[in-house]
Design a protein around this ligand. Structure first.
Ligand code: FES
Length: 101
């Protein structure tokens, strides 16, 4: 598979209705702000997406190119996402989407 995304990692935050009601807009804004503060804008890109089909498990956040899906994400985990997943490739196990649950 070819990986031709223009950033090292692309973080997709669902900001459709259900996730938004649970705070995804604030998650996106904090993520964007922290990436800017840390001068990481050219490497990591946060973007909003419209519904990934896991509304009941939101707020949902995906990280590409690996395709990691996090559920029940909250604003207070943004720093973990940056410091662990983005900078060290450490998965936030407790937030991982589990298809059979
Ligand atoms: S509204 Fe976020 S997954 Fe559907």
């Amino acid at each position: 598979m070819t990986n031709n995304i223009p950033f090292k990692k692309h973080v997709l935050v669902c900001t459709n209705e259900t996730c938004k009601l649970k705070g995804s807009e604030e998650i996106f804004l904090k993520l964007k702000e922290r990436i800017k503060e840390l001068d990481l804008k050219k490497i990591y890109r946060p973007s909003k997406v419209i519904c990934i089909g896991l509304c009941g498990k939101g707020p949902n956040v995906l990280v590409w190119p690996e395709g990691t899906t996090y559920c029940n994400f909250s604003e207070d985990r943004v720093e973990d996402l940056i410091q662990k997943h983005l900078l060290k490739d450490e998965i936030l196990e407790d937030l991982l989407y589990k298809p059979n649950e």
